[in-house]
Design a protein around this ligand. Sequence first.
Ligand code: ADP
Length: 541
Amino acid sequence: MDMPLTITTVMRHAEMYHGDREVVSATSEQDVQRASYSDVFRRARKLFNALQALGCQPGDRIATLAWNHQQHLELYYGVICGGYVLHTINPRLFDDQVAYIINHADDKWLFIDHDFVPLLERLRPQLNNVKGIVVIEPDDDLPENLFTNVHSYEDLLSGQDDNCAWPELDEFSACAMCYTSGTTGNPKGVLYSHRSLLLHTLSVSLLDTDGLGLNDVILPLVPMFHVNAWGLPFRAPLVGARIVFPNRYMGNPQVVSKLIAQESVTYGVSVPTIWQWLLDHLDQTGGNLKTLRKAVVGGAATPLSLFERFRDDYGVELTQGWGMTELCSAGTLNVPGPDFDSMNEADRKQYPLKQGRPIFGLEVKITDDEDNALPWDGATAGHLKVKGPTVCESYFGGTEAETGVDANGWFTTGDVATIDPDGTIQVTDRSKDLIKSGGEWISSIELENWAMTHPAIAEAAVISAAHDKWTERPLLIAVKKPDQTISKQDLLAWFDGKIARWWTPDDVIFVEQLPYTATGKISKLSLREQYGDYLIMGSGG
Ligand code: ADP
């Protein structure tokens, strides 16, 4: 039968077969609120009725500035299945960037957590097209004068019928959008179709990718404004897993560890930093992760020590995934195959550092600077390009030059990688972070990985620094673990025998902390701005 592949089908399926499964949201550091998927979808219908009453038109962008909680899930379905476009905004971007994307997306209504009222107060003079705001929580203390229309979320829903006729939608119609963090230039908008999100949801849920099911209890420790919490708000209802939302407490390891134990969480996803904080907390408090079956890490390069700590100290398999805003989220997941057990010990040990094999539907290739395809030999690094039904074709409102897609339909990811004969990719750099020393590439990620295997080093970033003779050379910027001492010379000597000698960084700078971007990644751009001339200015900068 000709039925469109829409996110509405996920809702219908979950409502029919998983309606009683639980949606848990932290409401404070101590308390949680419980609902079922049926409750969520009933309230999503009220929301759709309310959006119609507000005069929203099909395709309108409805934006959120909100943490991970039940009401945000209601917005996901009420907006998307209602035929509007859900624009989840990252509030950690610079003020000017947030104002830029609200205007660029032409957001009509903003649904915000009360936490973000001060942000909107600052941005208000720049926002001329927004019709009004809806404050999700709490009901009182509404910023009445901020916009002509200011509503409380609960009041908005309370007057509405919980029945509605969901529109029949075209699977190719837009349903959600996210902006990339725009480390260079303005953020770029990625618009998702129903079809692309549904195919991503199905592909990632296969057993040899992420394999979630009815018996899982899922904890999204990535914000719902970071690439749709990596698709979990669609995947959990599809398979009927319980979902536990940490609200604003993602970076609070006390709350997170309590939620994991109390709700018997079996599966969680996050970026390396958040996982590291959690393990540090558990180390200090003697806590455990007994219920956790699997954890996924992605979004940035992850040190080997994190995989080892998960496995050796907590008995949990930490799986690496690689993805992008432009790919609906995941592009690859590193699930060991039948060959894993027969690998030699050194390869097995390094295996978690790979980003894994592509999800169903994603084609990959690597090329040199002239776009010639390079071999899948696990050694040759090239520009990673992808194509598939979950890949963004062009940026929202962008010029043709900005699409990143070539005439043959390949999207340039901006990452540099090797590919094994079986299609397993390993990211060695971002193109813009590449170090080209005397014309040859040096992998900053590999150097960082080795630096972080040193017991005295907590964090490391390697940047390309200008050099008189070689044009560029690697410069290591490192954070020591508390109470550890180590000299530059000792750290550089640590690389001996581990990498080609000419890859060894030219110098080391110890810092108290590294700068981070709005999505929690080390900001190499800031480091390059600060230390890019360090080697030509002489030691000490
Ligand atoms: P932003 O740049 O806004 O944070 P994304 O979340 O889309 O946007 O970032 C995608 C990029 O993150 C990828 O192109 C890659 O450079 C990096 N990345 C994602 N996952 C991994 C991973 N597992 N290992 C190394 N880098 C990763």
